[in-house]
Design a binder for this molecule. Sequence first.
Ligand code: FES
Length: 158
Amino acid sequence: MHANAPAPAPDEIRALVAPLTALEGPLLPMLHALQREYGFVPQDAVPVLADLLNLGRAEVHGVISFYHDFRDAPAGRHVLKICRAEACQAMGCDAVAETALQRLGVDWHGTTRDGAVTVEPVYCLGLCACGPAAMLDGQVIGRVDRDRMGQLLDEVGA
Ligand code: FES
């Protein structure tokens, strides 16, 4: 879903997730279904899910916010994930991240104003021996120093 697309109506949300109610532990499958369909979990989904699953809204919100992969707004055209876990920290990921965030003018989870790039933290990409690691549009990249980060941002037109 594009950043400027209208948010889905509660009835549409209900129609999408209601068939999953019978699953064991249905909340996570429902959240995944919403994110797959819309690219994020709409705020209006919270009361719908709470009603369907007989949960409090705070409980639903708590689960959404616990898992970093669930977004509350559409992502940009490119998604840049930067590893912030221990091994990458030891290799200087903080400086790489600072370079990216400053150049893009966003904070973590932010999307540039032109909708080009969303930056997200990630906690290990399985590339610990080649840190600092990042992932751009699903492709894992190792040894990302400041210069390499600059090149990656050039590639996505940021
Ligand atoms: S700690 Fe960064 S890839 Fe594992």
